[in-house]
Design a protein around this ligand. Structure first.
Ligand code: FMN
Length: 369
């Protein structure tokens, strides 16, 4: 088994990808304060193991919305994967299926959600609400028909973050068609075009970009979406406990604590710093998932000890895809599963469901108080 630390993965991906696509994946918004804090703040928590408990049998499984999953890992929605590998989401889906990890397919994927579904095992659909409700509703219906089992509504992108590195590089993969899989295949979107994208790519991309963001989207739109589907809805990008409370008032089924891997609001709170207050607000009434900064098994144990029900992997699997397509993703996922199993055991725990706050302490001044 090839073992990769995150730094190795990143270096290897950098040596394979062209500079602009690599930077698009690696970078965060602004001067990357939040992106760095995601990782640094996870390291401020330390695991305080318990020993002399029989850990000969370990259980990494979790249950969400009445379904049991083999591990607490989900693959985070990542748009534009066609810039990383020609098989993009198809390779990711095949690898995830092999190891039994669900994918969350992005709205701005390179292949369509139906093409992805044909390769995928368990799957959720991530929704960026379009400024056009008819497109949004069409995406939701298509996701239902293609067997996606939950809608992950990403709320932290009312506009694109200030992506300094991409601005410097003048690099916008959206404009290259890397995010068009769902749009170009959508009947509602197609009706807006004078001719098909194959005949006038430029106008089709212009039309897509016009509809990509919905800065006017509000809680009332969440209520509309709630009525439009019976699938569970999770809000991704929640960082404030008051928003967690509101989400429950609006009958949302789950939350994903995330700051988009530090790609949206630079200077905002790290994801792990946001987690405990949200878990306290929610008090187990709906699942709370977590991402942004997960780099190894210990990070998963820390997030779950602080109350996360599951975690999303982001950049690590994208680097696996860059390095060796489906095999590369599978290697990264195998590593993460192995690492988590070993970390749970060496923390003296038998199951991820046993992880709790007593297992972690804040390493501020090493007084552990
Ligand atoms: C290249 C890239 C593209 C992304 N695209 C999306 C997307 O389409 N939808 C979404 O909700 N989040 C998107 N995200 C955010 C991820 O879902 C996830 O929150 C983030 O990668 C977690 O941070 P980490 O990769 O540093 O662990 C993207 C992240 C990256 C790195």
């Amino acid at each position: 088994m090839n073992v990769y630390h995150f730094e190795d993965l990143e270096k290897k991906a950098e040596s394979i990808l062209a500079p602009h696509p690599f930077t698009y994946v690696r970078s965060g918004s602004g001067d990357e304060e939040t992106m760095q804090d995601n990782v640094a703040d996870l390291r401020k928590w330390k695991i305080r193991p318990r020993f002399l408990q029989d850990v000969s049998k370990r259980d990494l499984s979790i249950s969400l919305f009445g379904k049991t999953y083999k591990t607490p890992y989900f693959l985070a929605p990542i748009g534009n994967l066609g810039i990383v590998h020609p098989e993009a989401e198809l390779a990711v889906s095949r690898a995830a299926k092999q190891v039994g990890i669900p994918i969350i397919a992005s709205t701005v994927s390179s292949f369509s959600m139906e093409e992805i579904a044909a390769e995928a095992g368990d799957r959720w659909f991530q929704l960026y609400c379009s400024s056009d409700w008819q497109i949004t509703l069409s995406f939701v219906k298509r996701a239902e028909q293609a067997g996606y089992e939950a809608i992950v509504l990403t709320v932290d992108m009312p506009a694109l973050g200030y992506r300094a590195a991409d601005l410097t590089n003048q690099y916008a993969p959206f404009r290259l068609g890397a995010a068009s899989g769902n749009y170009f295949s959508d009947p509602v979107f197609q009706n807006k075009l004078a001719c098909p994208p194959s005949q006038d790519f430029h106008s089709a991309i212009g039309e897509q970009v016009k509809h990509l963001f919905a800065p006017g989207f509000t809680w009332e739109d969440v209520a509309t979406l709630r009525k439009a589907t019976t699938l569970p809805i999770l809000l991704k990008g929640i960082l404030h406990p008051a928003d967690a409370k509101k989400a429950m008032e609006y009958k949302v089924d789950g939350l994903i604590v995330s700051n988009h891997g530090g790609r949206q609001l630079d200077g905002c709170i790290s994801s792990i710093a946001a987690l405990p207050a949200i878990v306290d607000e929610v008090r187990g009434r709906i699942p709370v998932l977590f991402d942004s900064g997960i780099r190894k098994g210990a990070d998963v144990v820390k997030a779950m000890a602080l109350g996360a029900d599951a975690v999303l992997l982001g950049r690590p699997y994208v680097y696996g895809l860059a390095i060796d397509g489906e095999e590369g993703v599978k290697t990264v996922l195998d590593n993460f599963i192995y690492d988590l199993d070993a970390t749970v055991a060496t923390a003296g725990m038998r199951a991820v469901s046993e992880l709790n706050r007593d297992l972690v302490v804040r390493d501020i001044d090493r007084n552990y108080i």
